[in-house]
Design a protein around this ligand. Structure first.
Ligand code: HT7
Ligand code: ZN
Length: 871
């Protein structure tokens, strides 16, 4: 497979003004008829360029005609994914018919069947599996789509835009949809199935009426209200915060069970993974409620940041994804707890994106090349991309940022543009020079900020020395200094913020050089610095905080994020200390400073319980692994477990007290107050059950039996299932399955709970679960629940020294490579990290990567990740 380079971009040689499609859906095949009005692009460099259409090798070409003249094989050249017509008129109508087979499409790209209903996934390059087309985002066309199918089995026929005609004949029916907004093929969608929907009216800020409809299988109709509320909240928020309103008469969401990712923002017809749209108290945890809200908002926000203004080419993916993640994060922060949302996002970034940034697949937010674009829907493009937009927001301030986004949408409405166009709009609106800032888009790797300070009591000067270092990545050796916003505050001995520039308590320093010293005048005492407040830049921060200083910040910092982060730093240091004791064969001893700090937080009833839960959550094994130079799986697991049980032992009484005081008072609601209480209560329970005492196990079982919602039940389930009380574990797992076997998403949670059970023998249990009726290798949600959870979270079992976990994963990847390349490629992630392990494990992981490489014909998706990992 060949790499594609950003530097080779050329404008399209032709444009497609209108696209008319007709789908004839039948059991054994689907015929797709297209009629395209094509004309030469006046901006193209060559006037004689051939017409190049993309078409996947699975397409059967039945008919091709230009202006009614039938073409035969001699008139075109088909090779790989391209069909080339050497000479075409300046302006013409191209007609084409293809035959496709959605019923055997297990890749879930293009048109496929999800549990008996037809649906599409065209981003990034799925449309070429439907018909021959210029399948590139800078070719935007007005689509009219007719869908025809059996009326009894597929009563609902949907596509983008508005329905304009329909009819029926001999048991079949058809509907024609018109979408007036020009769009690239990746935003095309079609759905046909036996669906029901809920509907609500919405009036936009300019007074237009929109009908909001969410479709699902009839059995799930009662789980759509939360998504509908979230959609309405998101629409209002986008009007208020960005001045953007919806533009079609109908907005539709359809829930499907088989989906490679979370959801897709097709114009006017979003298609969602059921896991990101369905919600009910009995089947959905609080965390999943929040995820539904966030994903519904994300896809809605794409209507402007992605659809009205789209990407010129796929290297610009972060233009829409980074910006939209930033928008959805701000939405969630505005309607829930801002600090908790920030903690969750930064946790993901520091754990998983930093790991990606230091691995073999490291790439800039705007990649310079790719073999398979599906591999670049990454944490770097999404989450780091969002951080880059957040830094622009920090540097410009809310008002100028809004002016910049207004200008961006105004200038580029209806266009396919670049990340540079976005930055140019921000520059033009703010008058700031962002030349150096642009390096965030082109340089991969996570910068480290090394900081040191000194204080001169005589001159009352506090000096902060900062050095930025950007590591080499496989794609780039030379790195230039970045423009980094560093938000900070200085605390006096009582914990109060000192006044900084213009009396502010938080100041944003702008780092632009490799080394810089910042001088603060009139600082009356030696301060404790609160650095990188709100995580103002996606960097690793190194500053020699003493444990005392961390405890001090934990209780005094006015920045909620940094209060939490001080606790994390302290816990990391303590656990790393325990790991060292373990390796040296010493008896483990927990630092009392951590216990005291946790005790104080646990006792403080004035704090938001959600924040208490966050502060008292120990850093995950994944985060501790990311911080390690060489990952010692066993030491991390044991040290963390030891810290947990010791904290539970020493804080048993207050944990129990808070657990009881936080008992539910009314019926379940996923509101902020209740979510916060449940999160802390479940955390207290998790510490207590870690003590492995029958009384606490009984407490967990009582919660499991008596609760009225999935948040409490699932938390109790996983604590009992992972405990050493094997009989109770088996009983509760069986009970859970019997209760929920008809709820697919809940059964997926049941699979995931078992997949991350750290007790020995997990691999045998996983293999047995793969044979269970609840598992299906063709359903990505099930593969993620069982296999990705086991390999990504259950480190002690997956990294077992025998290498059996690696061989198991390689077998699954080889199998999935044929069925679903996108899912197969994502399964590879744990193996790509082989350089972080000891020599023996490195050899075992590399051997499995080689076995995959030699296993036969690999998809581009899997080939790219395996070859780069070994390279
Ligand atoms: N823009 C959507 C991306 C997406 C996708 C990409 C590749 C393969 C399958 C996919 N499904 C959805 C999702 C989003 O970011 O909104
Ligand atoms: Zn997106």
């Amino acid at each position: 497979p060949q790499a594609i380079y950003l530097k080779d971009y050329q404008v399209p040689a032709y444009l497609i003004d209108t696209t008319e499609l007709r789908f004839e859906l039948a059991d054994d095949q689907t015929l797709v008829h297209s009629r395209l009005k094509v004309r030469r692009n006046p901006e193209a460099t060559s006037a004689q360029a051939p017409l190049e259409l993309h078409g996947h090798e699975s397409l059967e070409l039945c008919r091709l005609a230009i202006d009614g003249r039938e073409l035969d094989a001699a008139d075109y050249h088909r090779e790989g994914e391209l069909l080339t017509l050497a000479r075409v008129p300046e302006r013409f109508e191209l007609s084409c018919t293809t035959r496709i087979h959605p019923q055997t499409n297990t890749a879930l790209e293009g048109l496929y069947l999800s549990g008996g209903m037809y649906c599409t996934q065209c981003e990034a390059e799925g449309f070429r599996r439907i018909t021959f087309y210029m399948d590139r985002p800078d070719v935007m066309s007005v689509f009219t789509t007719t869908v025809e199918a059996d009326q009894a089995r597929f009563p609902v026929l949907l596509s983008n835009g508005n329905p304009v005609a329909s009819g029926e004949k001999e048991g079949r029916h058809w509907v024609t949809w018109e979408d007036p907004f020009p769009k690239p093929a990746y935003l095309f969608a079609l759905v046909a199935g036996d669906l029901q929907h809920i509907e609500r009216p919405y009036k936009t800020m300019s007074g237009r009426d929109v009908s909001l409809r969410i479709f699902a299988e009839p059995k799930d109709l009662d789980k759509l209200d939360h998504a509908m509320d979230s959609l309405i909240n998101a629409m209002r928020w986008d009007e208020e915060v960005y001045g953007r309103e919806y533009d079609l008469d109908i907005y539709m969401i359809v829930a499907v069970d088989f989906f490679n990712m979370g959801a897709m923002e097709n114009k006017g017809l979003n298609i969602f993974n059921t896991s990101c749209v369905l919600a009910s108290p009995q089947t959905t945890t609080d965390a999943a409620y929040l995820r539904v809200e966030g994903v519904v908002a994300h896809e809605y926000f794409h209507n402007w940041s992605g659809n009205r203004v789209t990407c010129r080419d796929w290297f610009q993916l972060s233009l829409k994804e980074g910006f939209t993640v930033f928008r959805d994060a701000e939405f969630s922060a505005d309607i829930n707890s801002r600090t908790v949302k920030r903690i969750e996002d930064v946790t993901l970034l520091r754990t998983a994106q930093f790991a990606e940034d230091s691995g073999p697949m490291a790439h800039p937010v705007r990649p310079a090349s790719y073999i398979e674009i599906s591999n670049f829907y990454t944490l770097t493009v999404y989450e780091k991309g969002a951080e880059v937009v957040r830094m622009l927001h920090t540097l410009l301030g809310a008002e100028l940022f809004r002016r910049g986004s207004d200008l961006y949408f105004e200038r580029h409405d209806g266009q396919a543009v670049t990340t540079d166009d976005f930055v140019c709009a921000m520059e033009a609106a703010s008058g700031r020079d962002l030349t150096q800032f642009r390096r965030w888009y082109s340089q991969a790797g996570t910068p480290t900020l090394r900081m040191a300070d000194d204080y001169d009591a005589a001159t009352q000067q506090y000096r902060l020395h900062v050095e930025q270092q950007l590591p080499q990545t496989p794609d780039q050796v030379e790195k230039l200094p970045l423009h980094i916003p560093l938000a900070l505050g200085l605390l006096d001995a009582s914990g109060a913020d000192l006044a900084l520039a213009e009396g502010a308590t938080t100041q944003v320093l702008e780092l632009t050089e490799q080394r810089q010293t910042f001088v603060f005048e009139q600082i009356p005492v030696h301060p404790v610095p609160s650095l990188l407040r709100g995580f103002s830049a996606p960097v690793r921060l190194q500053y020699p905080y003493s444990r005392d200083a961390l405890v001090f910040l934990m209780s005094h910092d006015s920045d909620g994020f940094n209060r939490w982060d001080a606790g994390q730093r302290l816990a990391v240091e303590v656990i790393q200390g325990l790991m060292a004791q373990y390796r040296q064969g010493e008896a483990l001893q927990l630092d009392g400073a951590l216990v005291d700090a946790y005790a104080a937080v646990l006792d403080d009833e004035s704090l938001d319980p959600a924040m208490v839960a966050k502060v008292l959550s120990l850093p995950s094994e994944a985060y501790l692994s990311e911080l390690a130079d060489c990952i010692d799986v066993e030491a991390i697991h044991l040290a963390r477990q030891f810290a947990r049980t010791e904290l539970a032992r020493l804080l048993e009484a207050p944990l129990q007290r808070r657990y009881e005081a936080l008992a539910p008072t009314g019926v379940y609601a996923p509101d902020a107050d209740q979510v916060a209480r449940r999160s802390l209560r479940n955390l207290c329970l998790s510490y207590l059950v870690a003590l492995e005492a029958p009384a606490h196990l009984a407490r967990a079982r009582a919660q499991y039996d008596s609760c009225d919602n999935m948040t409490e039940r699932q938390a109790a389930l996983s604590l009992i299932a992972h405990s050493g009380f094997e009989t109770d574990a088996a009983a509760v797992l069986e009970d859970f399955y019997q209760r929920y076997q008809s709820e697919t998403l809940v059964v997926n949670q049941w699979l995931a709970v078992q997949a991350c059970d750290p007790k020995p023998g997990a691999l045998t249990r996983i293999k047995a679960l793969m044979q269970h009726a609840a598992f299906d290798l063709r359903n990505p949600n099930k593969v993620r629940s069982l296999i990705s959870t086991f390999c990504g979270i259950n480190a002690v079992n997956f990294h077992d020294g025998s290498g059996a976990g690696y061989a198991f994963l390689a077998d699954r990847i080889i199998e999935m490579n044929r069925l679903n390349p996108q899912v197969a490629s994502r399964l590879l992630t744990p193996l790509t990290r082989w350089r972080k392990y000891d020599a023996a494990r490195q050899a075992l992981m590399q051997a499995q990567l080689r076995r995959i490489l030699d296993s036969g014909e690999l998809s581009r998706d899997v080939y790219e990740v395996v070859s780069k990992s070994l390279g």
